[in-house]
Design a binder for this molecule. Structure first.
Ligand code: HEC
Ligand code: HEC
Ligand code: HEC
Ligand code: HEC
Ligand code: HEC
Length: 178
């Protein structure tokens, strides 16, 4: 390759990659303390107790459109049991009030990605068959949840590299149609 062609190739590569490298240089992981502090939730709900009763993750966290969030269960799902179970507990009375008023229990969210990041439970759990425990820890054994696993960009990218999923910037940062 003569010097001129090598120079042109170098310039071209630079033009293509420079914006990416510049964006990349702006990336500083947000502070993420792991494990996170246990969170005071509005009701003393225990995964250990409820999963111990034989309830399945997807009974309460239905992975649905739009966005394929896992979401929180409808209060009616809880009241199917609690209309009779522990109905005299003040916590259950609070739950019953919320359900009757048609509002939602204000659960504190532990796992979140910024809205410029696309993430889908459908793609990861239902299609790629990754278990909840891999990204959320041993929830079934916890009375109180706390953030156990990282949601940093590097964590996403490490697994994508291992599992041969794409690490193109646009894969996670383009607004997807659904
Ligand atoms: C399959 C039936 C069932 C469902 C559905 C269910 N629970 Fe429970 N829940 C129980 C049982 C059984 C206990 C344990 C009762 C005991 O300690 O004797 C319990 C205990 C509780 C307690 C502790 C109450 C206290 O004062 O001791 C809370 C709070 C609670 N559940 C909230 C919820 C919420 C919120 C939902 C919905 C997300 C829910 N439960 C769904 C059966 C259920
Ligand atoms: C009876 C309904 C019920 C079942 C069954 C259930 N969950 Fe939950 N889940 C909840 C409720 C209510 C919350 C909010 C309170 C809390 O964080 O403990 C929650 C919160 C979570 C969170 C925290 C999400 C966030 O960012 O706030 C994760 C992760 C989670 N559940 C995973 C699981 C997994 C994994 C299973 C199965 C092993 C499971 N859940 C089974 C009701 C349920
Ligand atoms: C590949 C990693 C991964 C897997 C597997 C996974 N989650 Fe998540 N989960 C996340 C991320 C990342 C978020 C934050 C998403 C957001 O803010 O948009 C999240 C958020 C949640 C939330 C909070 C509410 C919501 O939808 O944002 C719940 C509840 C939850 N996950 C439950 C589950 C359950 C139950 C399973 C298994 C059926 C599961 N997750 C599997 C990574 C994962
Ligand atoms: C434990 C491994 C693992 C982790 C952690 C993980 N992913 Fe993935 N991701 C995958 C696999 C496997 C696929 C499927 C790739 C395919 O189908 O080619 C995938 C697919 C995707 C897709 C394509 C979804 C679609 O609709 O086709 C996006 C976007 C994505 N991941 C974003 C993220 C983000 C953002 C995070 C971090 C918050 C993350 N992933 C964490 C393994 C992971
Ligand atoms: C596998 C998914 C994934 C891929 C691929 C990915 N990112 Fe990210 N990116 C994320 C997640 C998740 C966050 C948010 C992390 C957090 O919560 O701090 C993020 C955050 C960022 C931020 C904001 C950082 C800040 O200061 O808040 C920038 C800039 C960024 N990414 C650039 C890029 C560039 C450039 C590429 C391509 C080289 C890329 N990303 C590829 C998942 C991804």
């Amino acid at each position: 390759m003569n010097l001129m062609r090598r120079w042109l190739l170098f310039m071209f590569t630079g033009l293509v990659f420079a914006p990416t490298v510049m964006l990349w240089a702006q990336y500083t992981p947000r502070d993420e303390k792991l494990p996170g502090e246990p969170v005071k939730q509005p009701l003393p709900y225990s995964h250990k107790v409820h999963v111990g009763l034989g309830l399945k993750c997807l009974d309460c966290h239905k992975i649905e459109k739009p966005g394929y969030m896992a979401g929180y269960p409808q209060e009616a799902t809880c009241m199917a049991c609690h209309a009779s179970i522990k109905a005299d507990s003040p916590h259950i009375q609070k739950l019953a009030e919320i359900e009757k008023s048609g509002t939602r229990v204000p659960w504190v969210k532990l796992y979140a990605v910024p809205n410029y990041v696309y993430f889908s439970h459908e793609a990861h759990h239902k299609e790629a068959k990754i278990e909840c425990v891999e990204c959320h820890g041993d929830v079934a054994q916890r009375d109180v949840l706390f953030k156990e696993k990282s949601t940093a960009m590097t964590t996403c990218m490490d697994c994508h590299a291992q599992r041969q999923a794409s690490n193109n910037c646009g894969f996670c940062h383009d607004p997807h149609p659904e």
